[in-house]
Design a protein around this ligand. Structure first.
Ligand code: COS
Length: 379
């Protein structure tokens, strides 16, 4: 067993670390306050090759591999969770087009995402009545000649107001249940695709989360991704990768919270000494660091299995479950170590905690991860 990163992985890690510290971290507070989507930095990140990391270079991606991708998201998540979420979803969509797309679809969309021309990709699965039970979605896609006509409402769509391409799940056969679901690539600006309500959120406020409406939206038949009826499996397979992305970002956010608490505990003096000299604080830091390491190892194991081409559904769910919940615990303790200062905006501890709340909800709640893990254990 080898815990060493390769030279290439270290280079990616170092490059993204430098960029994140210099160009992203200082924006995190401002975009949280103003709820501004960070277009410019995301474009700059595309310029560094960070939006198609899971797609081989022969297919127009930057082919850095699942482990390097995970390391990159750890750095981005440490600097700003809003940037990490937008990056993670775009990479998931890009990889989905590579895995399930036709040569023409790959040729059209992957270079656009890689270059940043298509600033973000959006993953449109969830509906008002279909969240954890994603298979009960009601959006429809009816074939009319050489087109499909999409109708339905999608909610909680990350980067929805800024995405260039949407991966949309809709029913092509209403009688066939989950086997009647298909996936379509829909370009922003297609008549009948409308951005609806923008959500006002507790955290990750620089990440755009909107409702997307499809009203008689005509999409070329050539934009069907995979085969008719395979859509549910395609979306779930994409989510396996997405979950490793969220786990990775969670490790980054947890590290930011841990480091800020450790540093504060060295500076803050009470009872005549720095509070890090009290065992009450030391034990908190020890627990936080241990959870962070365990989360990182589970996450990199899932990424490593993915990179080797092995099944990794269970490992992805374990990584997501543990890393997101550990991140919330670490953020909670980081705030506690800051005392009253943790509760006010002068320090980032309160933002870290707010940003961590979504982690156990999106791309499958913790309850869904447990369900996936248990099903795998029992089959
Ligand atoms: N990859 C590929 N295919 C998968 C899969 C995976 N990870 N998991 C299941 N499938 C397949 C199954 O093998 C099954 O195929 P068959 O029809 O050939 O038997 C099909 O998908 C349906 O699977 P299943 O019956 O297990 O589906 P369920 O409706 O019970 O749902 C869960 C499974 C709950 C795991 C799924 O709905 C889920 O992940 N829900 C959460 C959705 C989510 O994460 N939403 C967030 C959206 S992004 S913010």
């Amino acid at each position: 067993m080898d815990f060493e990163l390769s030279e290439d992985q270290k280079l990616v890690q170092e490059m993204v670390r430098r960029f994140s510290e210099k160009e992203i971290a200082h924006l995190a507070d401002e975009i949280d306050r103003t709820e501004r989507f960070p277009e410019k930095t995301l474009k700059d990140m595309a310029g560094l090759g960070l939006m198609s990391m899971l797609v081989p270079s022969e297919a127009g991606g930057t082919g850095m591999g699942a482990v390097a991708y995970s390391l990159a998201l750890m750095e981005i998540g440490k600097a700003c969770m809003s940037h990490a979420t937008a990056t993670s979803v775009t990479n998931m969509v890009c990889e989905g087009i590579y895995r399930f797309g036709t040569p023409a679809q790959r040729q059209i969309y992957i270079p656009r995402i890689t270059s940043g021309e298509c600033l973000a990709g959006a993953f449109a699965l969830t509906e008002p009545g279909a969240g954890s039970d994603a298979g009960s979605l009601r959006a429809t896609a009816e074939r009319e000649g050489e087109e499909y006509v999409l109708n339905g409402t999608k909610v909680f769509i990350t980067s929805g107001s800024h995405a260039g391409v949407f991966m949309v799940a809709a029913k092509t056969d209403r009688e066939a249940g989950k086997r009647g679901i298909s996936v379509f690539l829909v370009e922003a600006g297609t008549p009948g695709l409308r951005v609806g309500r923008k959500e006002e959120k507790l955290g990750q406020r620089g990440s755009d989360t909107v409702e997307i409406l499809f009203e008689e939206c005509h999409v070329p038949a050539a934009n069907l991704l995979g085969n008719e009826g395979d859509g549910f499996k395609i979306m779930l397979a994409n989510l396996d990768g997405g979950r490793v992305g969220i786990a990775s970002s969670s490790c980054g956010l947890a590290r930011a919270a841990f480091e800020s608490a450790r540093s504060y505990s060295k500076d803050r003096r009470q009872f005549g000494r720095p509070i890090c000299e009290f065992q009450a604080i030391q034990w908190k830091l020890a627990d936080m660091a241990t959870q962070l390491d365990a989360a990182t190892l589970l996450t990199l194991r899932a990424a490593h299995r993915k990179e080797l081409g092995r099944p990794y559904t269970q490992e992805a769910s374990m990584a997501k479950l543990f890393a997101t919940e550990a991140c919330q615990r670490v953020c909670r303790e980081a705030l506690q170590i800051h005392g009253g200062y943790g509760y006010v905006r002068e320090y980032p501890a309160e933002r870290f905690l707010r940003d961590s709340v979504a982690l156990t909800l999106y791309e499958g709640t913790s309850e869904i991860q447990r369900l996936v893990i248990a099903r795998n254990l029992l089959t």
